[in-house]
Ligand binder design. Structure first.
Ligand SMILES: [Zn+2]
Length: 965
C-alpha cells in the first residue's frame, strides 16, 4: 500500500478542494514531459508531488497551502526529513524549512549543530578539537526559494529537489545525504505568493497567452513581490523588521550553512543568472568567496551546458548592499549563490528568439542548479569547513583583522529606540558590552568623519567590539563609511557618463546607527577596560519599568517625549477618548524636567472623559513599557513654561487616510502602513490614488501620499485636495508625490523644485541666511542701534557670499542638468535640525538622512524648512562663500556626506535644501518630504519626523473648529 494513503483525511480534503484551481492551458508542440533528473529511481513508498497535490512540479505554480500539504506528508513518510516551522507570516501562513539528511545524521542532528556552533565561536576551542570537528562534521547547506512571491519557479523547483532527495534511491542521492545536512526553505514569502497566484488564477483563460505584458504574467498592484505589508523581504535581512526574516535569521544562523542558495526570477525575456556577482564587492565579505563562487559557477555552467541552456553571471548583479539573502549569509561564512530565472507565471512566454519555454522548464532550471550546487559543496566539504573554522579564528584573534576597532553607541533618553537597536544586535548574534562608568581618553572618529584624540564617553554607552565571532557582519552593520575601491569608482563614473545612470543596484550606505538616528563613535582599538557584557536582564533604564501612576489628586501626568513610543501613546490615548497636550518647549515641574515633545494629560482637559484617567493612562503606557510621571504643580521653574500657558498644545485626534494603488510605490506605502499599524497602532483608512477626486475627504484630517512615480494631478483632484487642505487638512506628501505637488504651477504648495527656480535663487538663499541669523542670535551692536546718526553702514546677510557671483541663467541650467546626472542612489547625508519646530520633537541636532533621489525641494519665504541638508562644523579659516546654489557662512565647514557614494556634483545641488517643509494653507497645512522617511521601516531617525507630522499635525499646524455641545 502506498505510504501516502496514511496522510490524515483532513489533508486529502484540503487537497481536493484546491484542485478546483483551473489548470493552465497547454500549447501544442511543447514538451511537457522532460524528466527533471533523467534516470533517477525513487522509493515508491514516498508519495510524489502529483500524488499529494494533483500535479507535477512545474505543471503550474503551487499555492502555499499545497506546498504545506506536500511538506507535511513527506515529513510523515520519510526518516530522512524533519520539518521545522520557523515563523508565521502576517496573514498567518506557516514558513518552513525541511531538514533532509541521512537517517544516521538525523539521529545526531543536535550533536552536528552543536559542533558547528563550536567552530563558529572558537574562543577556548583547542586546535586539535577544532581539527577533529572539521574532519567529522557534515557541513550544512541552506537552499531558499522565492522570497519574492511573484517569482514563483524557485518554490516549485524546491518541491522537485525535495522529492528527489527524500525519495531518491541512487548512490548519488544517499551519499549526498550522508555527506551533508540539507536545509530547504521552499517558500520564503507565502503571503506574496498566494496574492500573486490568485492574480494569475483570476486572469487565466481558455486560450493560452504568450505575451509577457499580459496581466496573467505580470500581476497588478501591489503585485506579489512583497509580503503582507509589501516589504521587499530580500532587503530585510539587515533591518529584520518582518516575522519571516526574523525567523529565518534565527534558524539559518543556528546551522552555520556553508552554502546558501537564494532562488529568484528576473525579466521574462532574460535567460538564467547565477553567482558570482560583479564588482563592487563589499570589502567585509572575505576574499575567498570570489574563488569559491567561481568553483560553484563552473560546475553549474557545466550542468546547464549539458542541457544546452543559456545563462550568464555578473552583468547587473552586484552585492554591495548586505541585506540580500545570499549577502547576509556570506558575512556569516557561507558561499552565497543567487539564481535569477527568467520569470513567467505560466507556460510559453514568447522570447525574442521566438522560442516558447514552458513553466516546467523554468522550474527544471532551478532544480538542476540546486543539485549542482549541493554536489559542489559535497566535493569540497572538508576544505570549506576548514576555511570556515579558520575564518572564525581570525575573527576573534587578538592579532586578527578585526581586532582594532570598537563601535560606541552613546546613551539616549529615547529608550525604545535604544531597545530596538539592542534587539537587532541580539537577533544578528552580535555581542554588545556596556560601560559601567564613564570611559576617558578614547580616540577615534564620529559619524561626520571628524577625528578625536581624547574623548570621554558616559556610563551606559554601548560598546561593540568588532573582534567577535560575527566580525564581518558586525563590521558591515556598524562601520560608518564602507568605501568602494578606486577601480569601481571609475567604472561607476563611466556608467553615468556613458549611459546617464548608475551601475549600482541598491543602496550605497546602510549602517545601523545612522539608520536608527543614534549617535555613535568608532573607537580605535579593542574593547576598552571598564565594560561588562550587556544582557537584557540588567537593563535598568527607568523607562523599562512600567509602574502604576499615582491615583490621588494630580495636576498632570507627563510622558517623556524623547521616546519614539510617546507618539504611539499620544495616539492611543486619543483613540481612547482622552485629551492630550504636547509640550513645544522643554519644561520643569516639581522634581522633574522633560524635553519638548513630552505628553501632558490634564484632569482639567478631561472633565467629560467617562472613565478612569489614571487607569487608562496606565494601561496605555504599559503596552509600550513606558511610564507616566505625575506632577503636583503647574508652575514651571523660572522662565520655563507653566502648564496653563501657550507651550502645551492640545492635540486633535488624527483621522488618517493613507493613499495607495496606481502610481504609488508599493514598498513606501507598505512601510508607512506597517509603521502606523505596528509601531503606532492607530486606526487608518487606505484609499485609492485614482479615486481621490471622488472621495469624501472630509472624513479625514490627515492624508498621506507615499512616494510614487512622478505625474501630474488632474484638475479635479487638485481642486479637491486644495479645498480640503484649506478647510483644515494636513496633507503629507513624500518623495515623488511631493515633487508632483511642487510642479512649477502648483496651487497646493509654494515649495518648488530646484530646476524650476534657477532664476530666483537669491530668494531661497536669503531664507537659509535668515535661519542662520536666528540660530546665531545675531543683532547689530547696541550703540549702532541706539545711535541718532544714520550712517548707511549696514551688514547684509549675503555679504561675502555674493563675492562668488552666480553665472547667468543659461549656464545655471546647464550646470544643474549636469549635476543632476550624479545624484545619489541611497547615501547617508547629514542634516541640521531646527530644535524649536514641532515637526522635530524627539530629533537631535544632527539627523542622518538616507537620500536617493534625482530631485531636491526648495523652500522660500512661504514655507518652513525645519530640517535642511548640511551640518555646520567650526573652521576658523573659512570665509563666507557660496556652495552650489546656497551659502556657507564664515567660520564653518558645511558637512554633508556621512556614508555612501555622493558625487561632489550632486552635493552642490543637495546642500542647504530641505528634507522636510511645512507651509500653512488656509486652515490647514502641507508637509513635504524630499525622500521617504520610513525607508524599509528601518530609518527610525527620520520616521520620528513623519510620526510627528501624522499624529501631531492636526493639533499643531492646522486650525479646527471648536464644536459646540
Ligand atoms: Zn527576486
Amino acid at each position: 500500500m502506498p505510504r501516502f494513503l496514511s496522510i490524515p483525511a483532513l489533508a486529502l480534503i484540503t487537497v481536493a478542494s484546491l484542485h478546483a484551481q483551473p489548470a493552465p492551458t497547454t500549447l501544442e508542440g511543447l514538451d511537457y514531459n522532460v524528466p527533471f533528473f533523467a534516470g533517477a529511481e525513487y522509493d515508491p513508498s514516498i508519495p510524489t508531488v502529483e500524488e499529494l497535490i494533483g500535479f507535477r512540479p512545474g505543471d503550474r505554480a503551487a499555492f502555499p497551502a499545497e506546498i504545506e500539504t506536500a511538506l507535511e506528508a513527506w515529513d510523515d513518510a520519510s526518516p530522512r526529513t524533519r520539518l521545522v516551522e520557523y515563523a508565521r507570516s502576517h496573514e498567518g501562513r506557516g514558513l518552513y524549512y525541511m531538514v533532509v539528511t541521512s537517517p544516521e545524521n538525523m539521529s545526531r542532528l543536535d550533536e552536528i549543530q552543536a559542533g558547528l556552533a563550536r567552530l563558529a565561536d572558537p574562543r577556548g576551542l583547542a586546535r586539535a578539537e577544532a581539527d577533529r570537528l572539521v574532519e567529522n562534521l557534515p557541513p550544512t547547506a541552506w537552499l531558499a526559494y522565492s522570497i519574492h512571491g511573484d517569482e514563483t519557479s524557485g518554490t516549485d523547483g524546491a518541491l522537485a529537489v525535495l522529492y528527489h532527495l527524500i525519495a531518491g534511491t541512487s548512490a548519488e542521492v544517499t551519499e549526498l545525504l550522508d555527506d551533508l545536512v540539507i536545509l530547504i526553505a521552499p517558500m520564503m514569502n507565502p503571503d506574496g505568493r498566494h496574492r500573486f497566484l490568485q492574480q494569475v488564477a483570476e486572469h487565466r483563460a481558455t486560450t493560452p497567452n504568450v505575451d509577457n505584458q499580459s496581466l496573467i504574467h505580470s500581476g497588478y498592484w501591489p503585485w506579489g513581490r512583497g509580503n503582507h505589508y509589501l516589504f521587499d523581504l530580500n532587503r530585510d535581512w539587515l533591518p529584520a523588521v518582518n516575522p519571516e526574516t526574523r525567523g529565518r535569521i534565527r534558524e539559518a544562523a543556528s546551522w552555520h550553512p556553508l552554502l546558501f542558495v537564494d532562488a529568484h526570477e528576473m525579466g521574462a525575456l532574460d535567460t538564467y543568472l547565477f553567482a558570482p556577482a560583479r564588482d563592487p564587492n563589499n570589502p567585509n565579505v572575505p576574499d575567498r568567496r570570489g574563488h569559491w563562487n567561481s568553483v560553484f559557477a563552473r560546475a553549474q555552467s557545466e550542468a546547464f551546458d549539458r542541457h544546452n541552456w543559456a545563462y550568464y553571471t555578473g552583468e547587473w548583479n552586484e552585492g554591495w548592499y548586505p541585506g540580500y539573502s545570499d549577502a547576509w549569509a556570506e558575512y556569516r561564512g557561507a558561499i552565497g549563490i543567487l539564481y535569477e530565472q527568467s520569470g513567467y507565471a505560466e507556460d510559453g512566454v514568447r522570447q525574442q528568439s521566438g522560442a516558447l519555454p514552458t513553466y516546467r522548464e523554468a522550474v527544471h532550471h532551478q532544480a538542476v542548479s540546486s543539485l549542482s550546487n549541493l554536489r559542489s559543496l559535497q566535493a569540497n566539504a572538508r576544505q570549506l569547513l576548514g576555511e570556515f573554522a579558520e575564518e572564525r579564528r581570525r575573527s576573534v584573534a587578538a592579532d586578527g583583522p578585526f581586532a582594532n576597532r570598537t563601535f560606541a553607541v552613546l546613551p539616549t533618553r529615547n529608550a525604545s529606540r535604544r531597545e530596538r537597536f539592542l534587539d537587532l544586535m541580539r537577533l544578528h548574534g552580535i555581542e554588545v558590552h556596556v560601560a559601567g562608568s564613564e570611559i576617558a581618553n578614547l580616540s577615534g572618529f564620529d559619524q561626520l568623519g571628524q577625528r578625536f584624540a581624547r574623548r570621554t564617553v558616559p556610563a551606559g554607552t554601548l560598546l561593540i567590539p568588532n573582534r567577535q565571532p560575527e566580525a564581518p557582519l558586525t563590521s558591515t552593520l556598524l562601520e560608518f563609511d564602507t568605501r568602494m575601491g578606486d577601480s569601481y569608482l571609475e567604472r561607476e563614473r563611466q556608467a553615468i557618463l556613458k549611459e546617464g545612470r548608475s551601475s549600482l543596484y541598491d543602496l550605497t550606505a546602510w549602517n545601523v546607527t545612522m539608520l536608527y538616528g543614534l549617535e555613535a563613535l568608532t573607537l580605535d582599538g579593542d574593547l576598552p577596560e571598564g565594560t561588562s557584557p550587556w544582557s537584557a536582564d540588567d537593563e535598568t533604564t527607568q523607562n523599562q519599568r512600567a509602574t502604576p501612576v499615582a491615583t490621588g489628586p494630580v495636576v498632570a501626568w507627563v510622558v517623556d517625549g524623547a521616546d519614539d513610543d510617546s507618539v504611539a501613546i499620544a495616539s492611543r490615548l486619543m483613540e481612547r477618548g482622552l485629551e492630550v497636550r504636547v509640550a513645544s518647549k522643554a519644561f520643569e515641574l516639581g522634581e522633574n524636567s522633560f524635553p519638548r515633545g513630552s505628553l501632558v494629560v490634564l484632569p482639567a482637559d478631561n472633565v467629560f472623559f467617562d472613565g478612569d484617567i489614571a487607569a487608562t493612562l496606565n494601561d496605555t503606557t504599559s503596552e509600550l513599557a513606558l511610564t507616566a510621571a505625575t506632577v503636583s504643580t503647574g508652575l514651571g521653574e523660572g522662565e520655563l513654561p507653566d502648564l496653563g500657558g501657550g507651550h502645551f498644545t492640545l492635540l486633535e485626534r488624527p483621522r488618517i487616510a493613507l493613499v495607495g494603488r496606481d502610481g504609488i510605490s508599493s514598498t513606501d506605502y507598505g512601510s508607512i502602513w506597517h509603521t502606523l499599524d505596528h509601531r503606532v497602532g492607530i486606526r487608518h483608512s487606505q484609499i485609492e490614488m485614482d479615486a481621490l477626486g471622488d472621495t469624501d475627504l472630509r472624513r479625514y484630517n490627515v492624508l498621506v501620499l507615499p512616494d510614487g512615480w512622478l505625474r501630474s494631478l488632474d484638475e479635479g483632484t487638485t481642486r479637491a485636495l486644495k479645498t480640503w487642505v484649506e478647510a483644515g487638512g494636513t496633507l503629507i506628501a513624500i518623495g515623488g508625490s511631493a515633487h508632483m505637488i511642487t510642479s512649477s504651477d502648483s496651487e497646493i504648495s509654494g515649495v518648488r523644485q530646484l530646476s524650476s527656480v534657477l532664476d530666483k535663487l537669491d530668494e531661497y538663499e536669503l531664507s537659509v541666511l535668515r535661519e542662520w541669523m536666528v540660530a546665531r542670535g545675531e543683532t547689530p551692536a547696541a550703540p549702532r542701534v541706539w545711535s541718532q546718526t544714520t550712517t548707511g553702514d549696514i551688514d547684509y546677510p549675503w555679504d561675502g557670499v555674493s563675492d562668488s557671483p552666480r553665472p547667468g541663467e543659461e549656464e545655471l541650467e546647464r550646470r544643474d542638468r549636469w549635476q543632476r546626472m550624479f545624484m545619489p542612489q541611497g547615501a547617508f547625508l547629514a542634516a541640521r535640525v531646527n530644535q524649536e519646530h514641532w515637526l522635530t520633537m524627539g530629533v537631535g541636532e544632527t539627523l542622518p538622512i538616507l537620500f536617493g533621489s534625482s530631485r531636491v525641494l526648495m523652500a522660500g519665504a512661504s514655507a518652513e524648512a525645519p530640517v535642511r541638508f548640511g551640518v555646520l562644523t567650526p573652521n576658523r579659516d573659512a570665509q563666507s562663500r557660496r556652495i552650489g546654489w546656497g551659502p556657507a557662512p564664515a567660520g564653518s565647514d558645511l558637512r554633508l556626506r556621512m556614508s555612501g557614494l555622493l558625487w561632489p556634483e550632486s552635493a552642490l545641488r543637495i546642500a542647504n535644501t530641505p528634507f522636510v517643509t511645512r507651509e500653512r494653507k488656509g486652515n490647514g497645512q502641507v508637509i513635504l518630504f524630499a525622500a521617504p522617511p520610513t525607508f524599509r521601516a528601518a530609518t527610525l531617525g527620520t520616521t520620528r519626523v513623519l510620526l510627528n507630522a501624522v499624529i501631531y499635525g492636526p493639533g499643531f499646524g492646522a486650525r479646527h473648529p471648536i464644536e459646540p455641545l
